[in-house]
Design a protein around this ligand. Structure first.
Ligand code: GAL
Length: 378
């Protein structure tokens, strides 16, 4: 166990000492020796789901990078089930994790686990999704999520021709019929994405360039629980039935995540949209199936968040805690989790249109040309 935690444990109450003892055992947290070697330390990595390819890539990246440094890794996926994630984190603590890296399913559901982690002096790093309403979050690694929303809305405007890629006014005047989607309301990011997007779209909605024909513009009306593709498909189908059964066409859809975009695209294709009249659909994460859809001219754009860099930052932060240092934040203002501002390391994002696939995704080694052509990684 790193020194500061040892000292704190020694200074702590008898209850704390007991709880520390209770966490002892085979696990790395039990060591208590100065100068622990990486092989004596375990990092618990809790990921939300394996249904989305990005979280598999995130989990693998974090694991590989930590193992390359010699640490032990306890990686668990929770199948998008909140009780499963709570239980997995509980187990990581009792097995003696020295640091926890957590991408929460519901950002408010882990308070009990985080309290147990704090009692055992286990630092907690929130991974991409902020954990809310708890003082026991020590660091946050993510992207500038408001800017992701701005980038998504901008990509919608560019796709429609209302704006050019360099931010100038485009030729197209509209009016265009657009529909809006948001992510899961229990994910803090969903709000940042939607707020960033709405701030960008509002002037165009106000001046009539964009019309949200369904009238659904509030986040709680457009959110898709657990970011599920099927949920997005169903809502798009419902929108087509309720608001576009008079022959009018949808011109664009703001989608905050590639999985939702694929559901939206399926609904549009099933309704007969094809070719040039196919609506502009945005996305996020550069998931391989969606990169192929962009390459094929079906999806318009995605926002690339390099999971290799995110994993790298999580590892840097984890290692800092394990060596009794404070991880370096580059943002100490933006992410208030309801109890405190969590020091954060935020990475930049990049919009990817068809022309960007090669320079941004293939040339950087994120995907091979073959993977893009097949729409499948690995
Ligand atoms: C968010 C994340 C997005 C996307 C979404 C669905 O928390 O920031 O990039 O992955 O979850 O998985």
């Amino acid at each position: 166990m790193p020194v500061n935690r040892k000292i704190l444990a020694a200074l702590g109450s008898a209850v704390l000492a007991l709880s520390m003892a209770a966490c002892s055992g085979e696990g790395a947290g039990s060591g208590g020796n100065d100068g622990d070697k990486p092989a004596d330390l375990t990092i618990g990595v809790s990921m939300p789901t394996q249904t989305s390819e990005r979280w598999i890539a995130d989990g693998n990246s974090v694991k590989e990078k930590l193992e390359a440094k010699g640490y032990k890794v306890d990686l668990q996926y929770a199948g998008d089930d909140i009780p499963t994630q709570s239980q997995q984190v509980d187990q990581m603590i009792t097995r003696g994790a020295d640091v926890l890296i957590i991408a929460a399913i519901d950002g408010t559901a882990l308070s009990g686990q985080l309290q147990a982690a704090a009692d055992a002096k286990i630092p907690v790093i929130a991974y991409d999704r902020l954990i809310r309403d708890s003082p026991n979050v020590d660091f946050y690694v993510s992207f500038d999520n408001f800017k992701v929303g701005v980038a998504q809305a901008t990509a919608l405007l560019v796709g429609l021709g209302v704006q050019t890629k360099d931010g100038a006014k485009g030729e197209a005047k509209g009016p265009f019929n657009v529909e809006l989607f948001a992510g899961s309301l229990d994910d803090n990011n969903a709000h940042f994405f939607f707020n960033g997007a709405m701030e960008t779209l509002k002037p165009f909605i106000d001046d009539g360039t964009l019309k949200v024909k369904s009238g659904q513009t509030a986040i709680d009306k457009v959110a898709i629980l657990r970011w599920q593709q099927e949920g997005a498909q169903k809502r798009m189908e419902d929108l087509l039935t309720s608001s576009y059964n008079d022959g009018t066409k949808v011109d664009g859809v703001l989608s905050p995540y590639d999985g939702l975009s694929r559901g939206i695209i399926t609904a549009l294709q099933n309704a007969g949209y094809r070719g040039a009249e196919f609506p502009v659909v945005t996305g996020q994460d550069a998931e391989i199936a969606s990169v192929k859809l962009i390459d094929d001219g079906v999806q318009s754009s995605t926002i690339f968040k390099d999971t290799r860099l995110l994993a790298e930052q999580a590892v840097i932060a984890g290692e800092a805690f394990l060596t009794d240092k404070t991880p370096q934040a580059n943002d100490t203002e933006t992410y208030n989790n309801g109890v405190k501002v969590v020091p954060s390391y935020l990475l930049p994002v990049q919009t990817v249109y068809k022309d960007d696939i090669k320079p941004v995704l293939i040339d950087s080694g994120y995907f091979t040309a073959e993977e893009v052509a097949a729409g499948q990684a690995g």
